[in-house]
Write a protein that binds this ligand. Sequence first.
Ligand SMILES: [Zn+2]
Length: 135
Amino acid sequence: MSKKAKKQRGLTAEERRRYLASGGRRCPFADCGSDDIEGGGLDMDDGGVWQDCECHACGRSWTDDYDLTGVRPGAEEPGLPPKLAELDDSDMDDLVMDAKAQEASDINNGGKEAQAKFLLASGMTVEQIIEQIGD
Ligand SMILES: [Zn+2]
């Protein structure tokens, strides 16, 4: 003795329009309009996001469809990009050496002034530079 559920009627264009204009706070069926409605969890697939809803007053159900309406960045700066975080630090040793060697080469190619400024900025004193270069 199964009770086969009778298919409920659809929504008219006017019912849809009023429901959307009100922000979906009341049963969309014009002959009801109760605010005793409840939405389930949000569902999602490639086609979009939706929520099944029902009215506790008339017992009818409907589905709210959601559209993407905006985007904003996350609150926190990311740490390392995930693909780099997977690497062991020894994996990048040679790259760091090469990058620093290139930097040293650029300084040396900048002449005496670039070299002296770099050494002073790295914390050496004039006396230490002279002493290190030696006799
Ligand atoms: Zn209703």
